[in-house]
Write a protein that binds this ligand. Structure first.
Ligand SMILES: *Cc1c(COP(=O)(O)O)cnc(C)c1O
Length: 413
């Protein structure tokens, strides 16, 4: 109290047993406190058993080809380390990433042994680090061939390469006209022990467009590439051309190894041709968040930035704490579906940076869980449904999920 002298005990502070007890309590609290990620009111649940089962779907569809599981872009947003381990556990022969930087991180995550292929690097990249980490590299340009040869010579490590030919994507890879020259030079480097030709490969541009005819043309060009390489005296260990769409829908494109990505995460390369459920795939990611607001607004209320939506009648609105900072694209505004308490609803008004508004189903209140997407078998909209509503593809919906959203892993893989 003001003006009064503190008592002797207050000056001295708590007795030593009390201090010890308080310290012990703080320690216990720290041990028991939920991790910081629990404070984030949204999460992506990742089902590693679904990923393993989806790899099995690919294995059952092909005829004994090797399987390269693609885990680029943080495993399409699902978490690279966890998904890579699940895929290896389920018997994947190879892991694939786009960037060499991803490959170096992946090597740390899976340890020595598993084979890793990376296909994107720029002139001047530290290819010695890639060789030291036992990363197999795509070679699809003369500068890459030269720089990798320099790195292999200086480290004394034989570079295991996958020669890339362009057969119709017009992205990376040697033009077929340049392939004889590239193959000739590689032949010399193989003879010297600088290179080992682990693969000849290419990528399909329209495998999801099943009847367009381009895949057949690309297969013919790939055959030409194989002949060229053979004529140069080379014998690639693995020929590979097909990603998910090619592996499942173009048996002639399977060769020695297939490179599935999207189907491993339980989405279809083209849901208009066949949905994930029709293929026996299970969505690996379920995205959900706790409602942070429930409120009643009158008819005619303008909702969120720009008032792009107005309530038609007295309406109960909720707020979901996810926004474009979390990868919920603004194109989802007013269109993307959700499920709350097993009832369907959708986004109302514009998606903001950290939150968006929904119309609430009967009885839903703050604290109830809003499901954005997951597996159709769980009665949820799918990432492919979101993609259709937004005019994009399921790949983008899952891959763009922001790093801020905690991932929680379930299953063994
Ligand atoms: C991304 C990618 C894949 C996997 O493609 P999906 O359509 O997801 O199966 C395979 N190969 C290459 C070269 C890729 O870039």
């Amino acid at each position: 109290m003001a003006g009064q002298r503190p008592s002797r005990t207050a000056l001295a502070g708590p007795s030593w047993p009390a201090r010890l007890l308080a310290r012990f309590r703080r320690l216990l609290e720290r041990l028991w406190r939920a991790p910081v990620s629990d404070l984030f009111p949204a999460r992506a649940d990742i089902d590693l058993d679904a990923i393993a089962s989806n790899l099995g779907v690919v294995r059952d569809a092909v005829e004994g080809q090797k399987l390269l599981g693609v885990v680029k872009a943080d495993a399409y947003g699902h978490g690279r380390a966890e998904c890579a381990r699940a895929l290896l556990g389920a018997g994947a022969d190879y892991l694939g990433v786009a960037q060499v930087a991803e490959a170096l991180n992946l090597r740390e995550e899976v340890g020595a042994g598993p084979r890793i292929l990376a296909w994107i690097y720029a002139p001047g990249a530290d290819l010695e680090a890639a060789l030291a980490a036992d990363i197999e590299l795509s070679v699809g340009a003369f500068w890459a061939l030269d720089q990798l040869a320099v790195a292999a010579r200086s480290t004394g490590i034989t570079a295991r390469i996958h020669l890339k030919a362009d057969t119709g994507m017009a992205r990376g890879g040697f033009n077929l006209q340049d392939l004889p020259e590239a193959a000739h030079r590689i032949r010399g480097l193989v003879a010297e022990g600088v290179f080992e030709l682990q693969g000849l490969w290419s990528h399909l541009a329209r495998a999801d467009d099943v009847d367009c005819g381009l895949t057949e043309i690309q297969i013919e060009r790939f055959e030409e590439a194989r002949s060229t390489v053979k004529a140069a005296g080379l014998d690639p260990v693995l020929c590979h051309l097909a990603a998910s769409g090619g592996a499942l829908w173009h048996p002639g494109a399977r060769y020695d190894m297939v490179r599935p990505g999207i189907v491993l995460y339980g989405l279809s390369p083209n849901p208009n041709h066949r949905t994930a459920a029709q293929m026996g795939l299970k969505a690996a990611m379920t995205l959900s968040a706790d409602l942070i607001v429930d409120r009643e607004v009158p008819a005619g209320t303008g909702v969120s930035y720009g008032h792009t939506a107005h309530t038609e009648e007295d309406t109960r609105l909720g707020v979901v704490p996810l926004g474009y900072a979390d990868g919920i694209d603004r194109k989802a505004s007013n269109v993307a579906p959700l499920v709350i308490n097993s009832q369907p609803t959708k986004i109302m008004g514009r998606v903001c940076m950290d939150q968006f508004v929904v119309t609430l189903p009967e009885g839903a209140t703050a604290g109830d869980r809003a499901y954005l997407f997951g597996d159709v078998g769980a009665g949820l909209p799918t990432a492919d449904d979101w993609a259709e509503a937004m005019g994009t593809i399921g790949y983008e919906v899952v891959t763009c999920l922001g790093a801020r959203v905690p991932r929680r892993y379930h299953g063994e893989g």
